[in-house]
Design a protein around this ligand. Sequence first.
Ligand SMILES: Cc1ncc(COP(=O)(O)O)c(C=O)c1O
Length: 365
Amino acid sequence: MNLFNTHISEKSIELAVDVFKSGFISAGNVADEFERKLAEQLKITNPVTLNSGTSALHLALAVAGIKPGDEVIIPAQTFIATGFVVLMHYAKPVFADIQYETGNIDPVSIKQKITDKTKAVIPVHWAGYPCDMDEINAIAKQYNLAVIEDAAHALGAKYKGKPIGSISRFTAFSFQAIKHLTTGDGGALCCLNEGDYYHARRRRWFDIDRDNAKPSILGERVYDATSVGYKYHMNDIAAAIGLGNLEDFPSNLKRRKEIAIQYRNELKQIAGLQLLNYLNDRESACWLFTILVERREDFIRALNSKKVPASVLHTRIDRNSVFGGITQGLINQEKFNEYQVSIPVHEGLTDDDINLVIDSIKKGW
Ligand SMILES: Cc1ncc(COP(=O)(O)O)c(C=O)c1O
C-alpha cells in the first residue's frame, strides 16, 4: 500500500502514443482540447494550462502586477512552492496563522497581517478542503488585494456549490505526478477576468500572443512583447496524459470521497486522534486525509509495522532560512505542525487496504 497513487489510464497511454506518432509534441491542439475539457467537465473558469502548479502561482502573481517590496499573505502550512513564487518576484511572503481544525489559513489572521504594502493573498486549500472563501474575498475587496487560490490539492473541490476554480480572481492547480489528476508534471491557472486570462495566455509563452501573432512571409511570428514572458506552457504529451486521465477523474474523486467518509465514521471516537472539522457547505477533493494525532511518532511506527504508510506532509515552510526564520505567534500553526499526519486516501486502495488502515489505527499506538 502506498500513501499516494499515480493514476495513468489506458486512454492516457493511447493518447500520448498518438502525440508521439504525430511528430508534434509541443503545445498544440491537444493542450487546447485539454483546456476546453477541463472547463467543460469541471466547470472551472478560463483554465490556462501550464507546465506546473508553481508556474501557475508565479504567473498569477505576475499578472496581478506584484512588484519588488510588495507583501503577499500566505499560510506556512503549505508546500515551499507557495512561498518561493513570492520571493521570485522579490516580494515578501507574510505568514498568517491557520485554523487548527482545518489546516487552512484563518481570515482573522489575514486581516491582522495587512499593511499598506499588502497586495495579494494566497489561501491554500489544505488537503483539498476549501478555505473560507467568502470571508477571504470580502477582506480582499475591502483592501484591494488580489486573491490567488493555491488549489494544488483541490481540483474537484466545491465551496457553497461552486467549483474551486470559479470563485476568486485567480486559482492555481497542480497536475504533478501524485496529484489526483496528473499530466506527469503540469498545472493550470484559472482567471475570472477576461483581461487576466488574455495576459496569462500571452505570458505563459514569452508574452507572445500565439492566437493572433501569425507568421509573416519571412516565417517568424510578428510580435511585440510588452511584459516579461515565461516558458510555462503545457506541451501536448502532458496534455494527452491529462486528457486521458480526465475521463476517470469523476470516478476517482467519488472513490476518494467514499474512503474519506468511511474513515470519518470509523475514526471519530478514537482516543488521541482528532479528525479535521469539515463543514457541510463545502466538499473536499480528498487529495490528503490529514488527522491530528497525539504521540505521532508512535502512531507512524505502529502503522508502519502493519505495512500501512502514514506520513507528515509539508511541515510549516516558514522554518526555512530563505524566509528569514520562523514567524512567531502562529499559535495554531505551531500546534498543527506538532500533531498533523496523513493516511492513504486514493483510488488505488482496495477495500482490504482501507480496512487494514482502520483496524491498525483502532489497535492503538
Ligand atoms: C500546496 C501546493 N502548492 C503548490 C505546489 C506546486 O505544484 P507543482 O509541483 O505542480 O509545481 C504543490 C505541489 O505539490 C503544493 O502541494
